[in-house]
Design a protein around this ligand. Structure first.
Ligand code: APR
Length: 241
């Protein structure tokens, strides 16, 4: 990364499914647009939940259970180290993720989860949100501990719902000197617009992915390859600069 010694550096990182691929979590668009054999509109929309809650619940319960079988990889660990080092140096660091897995948190990161979290359930009636990684039966709804109703849903952002943390993300982008996008196809907005927003605001932009994402621009520095290989090397360069 270009030397900015003497200037106050502030890095914003955006991750997508590719950062967790090396942990064994499948990416979305690898299977021809199908998630575990389902079309997105069958399982990841409020309409699907209203029409067929059992199928949607089962799909998310299986994804929640699958999280117990995976671990953070070298990319997650490198980003957690980078956050600690930036804090120690007084440099800005913000991690934003589109992923609903909890691998960044388990690696030790603080993360703005734009699309929610598989580890949490939210009550549609009283708004109670709980951390629950134990109730994993795919065929049993979980009653809300606060209101007692069987109205808990996965605390994830479905298509057609508003992504989270937009104000914090906007503030981070406005202060960013560098922006790094990792493992995202650049297809789903508003997350896909963050790279160009950072570029327009004057940040130096870096991209890691297996394939060039849809939103890649000639000014972006593209580092192809597996996140578990590329991200630790980029972090080393950042820390050495
Ligand atoms: N290392 C780095 N990048 C990888 C790796 C890897 N090991 N494996 C795959 N990739 C890249 C692919 O080249 C692709 O660009 O990760 C990207 C994965 O793209 P998607 O599957 O489309 O995932 P993502 O961009 O995170 O999806 C965005 O869409 O389905 C919705 O809400 C869901 O958050 C998700 C959003």
């Amino acid at each position: 990364m270009r030397s900015t010694r003497g200037a106050q550096r502030s890095l914003v990182v955006l991750t997508g499914a590719g950062v967790s691929a090396d942990s064994g979590v499948p990416t979305f668009r690898d299977a021809g647009g199908l998630w575990e054999g389902h079309r997105v509109e069958e399982v990841a929309t409020p309409e699907a939940w209203a029409r067929d809650p059992r199928t949607v619940w089962r799909f998310y319960q299986l994804r929640r259970a699958a999280l117990q079988e995976v671990e953070p990889n070298a990319a997650h660990l490198a980003l957690a180290r980078l956050e600690r080092e930036c804090a120690a140096r007084g440099e800005g660091f913000t991690l934003i993720s589109q992923n609903v897995d909890d691998l960044h948190e388990r690696a030790g990161s603080t993360v703005l989860s734009m699309h929610g979290s598989l580890s949490h359930l939210a009550c549609e009636l009283c708004g109670n949100v709980i951390l629950d990684t134990q109730s994993l039966d795919p065929d049993r709804f979980v009653p809300c501990g606060a209101c007692g109703q069987e109205a808990l849903r996965p605390d994830v952002v479905w298509f057609g719902e508003l992504p989270r943390c937009l104000d914090e993300i906007d503030a981070a982008l406005h202060g960013a000197t560098h922006f790094l996008s990792i493992g995202t196809s650049g297809l789903v907005y508003p997350a896909a617009g963050l790279l160009s927003a950072a570029r327009s605001l004057g940040a130096e932009t870096w991209v890691n992915s297996l394939d060039p994402p849809e939103n890649l621009h000639p000014r972006d520095r593209f580092h192809p390859g597996r996140a578990a290989d590329v991200v630790p090397a980029l972090v080393e360069r950042w820390l050495a600069d």
